[in-house]
Design a binder for this molecule. Structure first.
Ligand SMILES: [Ca+2]
Length: 479
């Protein structure tokens, strides 16, 4: 008997039914919007935007109300979400960027653990060796997506669905009537703003249709119950004060909802402060992998090799409602389309206050997206007879070295209280936390900003962190 068992056991272990019975790890689906301000969703309270599929997903999810993005444009945002590292440490801090060679991502870690991994549509990350996913082209056809998620029932999968909506140009989705929409108070209300907003809202509804199709696919393939679904809004809209290219909350606060049937309470909420860098370690923990034991392949300035992010699995399971005391963000202007010079920003925020440092306040902040063309030119024209609007427009171009806001009383960050002596202690504490983060990241302020272009090319050559004899890999095509 004994020799026969020895012969049989390896075969038994290979049988699909055996592996399937042992497989308790969930699938993971991240759905990422593009240039969507967190406020512009039905379940977030938008009075206009129709998002029935996302509203339904929210009702089955935990709403992570304290989620923040550490970056201000597409590429560094995605790198931080997928690597668990803040942008300056990983090297992926301007737009159209890449991480240092050797850096690992959630795709690397889960693939090593036996998952099959894919990314559909918008990539914007590199080098390819750090993001070993199968790429599925296009966002409106789920045929290949369906093949991917059903390919092998004995193997768990991880997929990112990266929509292009509602990134400009706004040309898709249902029509909204410009005359009937509500213009948010942080925008200037005129016909050009209304027309653009109506088109942007249409693309949010287009995104919502994609979410509906993905949820139907999971239901049709009987994987709703075994799949963790995370939706994130990415990093603010491209309107002046819409949030993108700024560290104001319209940009760095993210809408985030996570569904995990049987584990996460449907319709629940958490106010725990967390960041995109926390997603990768959380998913690893949910897959039964200890994220504190992972070498991320890119040490911080102090030589530590673990994630910048930390797992919020205990928050998801309802065991606690705290994670971080502070969240951080940075903006790099060099390398942004239409940039005429450096205008770097750093920010730290707790549950109530935010401190912003503009590192080159003597310069003028000018990029293509919010400082040129429409709607800003119509705002500038209207501002000629409107001093309050003129001041708001001027602030888009020229800011003081330091800004402090009380988000509790001033959610749109319109009253800078950095010089209020009553808040000196609060400001000093935030400054100390920001300095510690800057030091850990190896952030050299203006020097780092001036090196941004070296993070956009095809190799690490010429950068202080370049590996000796490293050939460099081409970055993925940035659309
Ligand atoms: Ca984006």
């Amino acid at each position: 008997m004994k020799p026969i068992l020895h012969l049989l056991l390896p075969c038994l272990l290979c049988l699909p039914w055996f592996t399937q019975a042992a497989e308790t790890r969930p699938n993971f689906l991240i759905i990422i919007a593009d240039d969507l301000c967190w406020r512009d969703l039905g379940y977030e309270g938008s009075p206009d935007v129709k998002t029935p599929n996302l509203d339904k997903l929210r009702s089955g999810s935990m709403h992570l109300k304290g989620m923040f993005n550490p970056a201000t444009s597409c590429s560094p945002t995605r790198h931080s979400l997928y690597t668990g590292l803040y942008p300056i440490r990983s090297g992926a801090y301007p737009n159209h960027t890449r991480v240092y060679e050797g850096t690992k991502s959630l795709f690397t870690h889960l693939k090593t653990a036996g998952y099959r991994v894919a990314l559909q549509n918008k990539e914007h990350v590199g080098p390819a060796a750090s993001f070993p996913y199968e790429h599925i082209a296009g966002a409106d056809d789920l045929t290949e997506t369906n093949s991917f998620v059903t390919r092998d029932a004995t193997q768990p999968w991880f997929m990112v669905f990266a929509s292009n909506d509602p990134h400009s140009p706004w040309s898709r989705g249902p029509k909204y009537d410009p005359a009937k929409i509500t213009v948010p108070p942080y925008f200037h209300d005129n016909a050009i703003t209304r027309d653009a907003l109506a088109k942007y809202f249409g693309e949010i509804s287009k995104l919502d249709e994609q979410v509906g199709a993905l949820m139907k696919m999971l239901a049709d393939t009987k994987q709703s119950g075994s799949t963790v679904v995370l939706f994130v809004s990415e990093q603010g809209s491209s309107f002046p004060y819409g949030g993108k290219w700024s560290v104001y909350d319209n940009g760095i606060h993210a809408s985030a909802i996570l569904r995990w049937p049987g584990k996460v309470k449907p319709g629940s909420s958490s106010s725990a402060l967390m960041q995109y860098v926390d997603v990768t370690p959380t998913f690893l923990a949910a897959a039964g992998i200890d994220p504190t034991k992972i070498d991320v392949g890119c040490p911080d300035a102090h030589g530590a090799t673990g994630f910048d992010g930390r797992s919020f699995l205990t928050v998801l399971l309802g065991e606690t409602d705290t994670l971080r005391d502070y969240v951080f963000a940075q903006h790099t202007t060099i390398g942004t389309n239409g940039a005429i010079g450096p205008y770097p920003m750093r920010a730290v925020r707790d549950t109530r206050y935010k401190l912003i440092r503009n590192l080159a306040p003597e310069l003028t902040y000018t990029i293509g997206g919010i400082h040129k063309g429409e709607p800003i030119e119509s705002w500038q024209a209207d501002a000629k007879n409107d001093p309050a609007l003129a001041a708001r427009v001027a602030h888009l171009f020229n800011r003081p070295g330091e800004e402090l806001y009380d988000l509790q009383t001033d959610p749109y960050e319109t009253k800078n209280i950095a010089t209020d002596s009553a808040l000196a202690e609060i400001k000093a504490k935030l400054q100390k936390e920001l300095d510690a983060w800057i030091s850990q990241q190896g952030d050299k302020d203006l020097e780092t900003e001036k090196l941004a272009n070296t993070r956009q090319g095809k190799s690490d050559e010429g950068h202080p962190k370049a590996k000796k004899n490293g050939k460099g890999k081409a970055k993925k095509k940035a659309e």
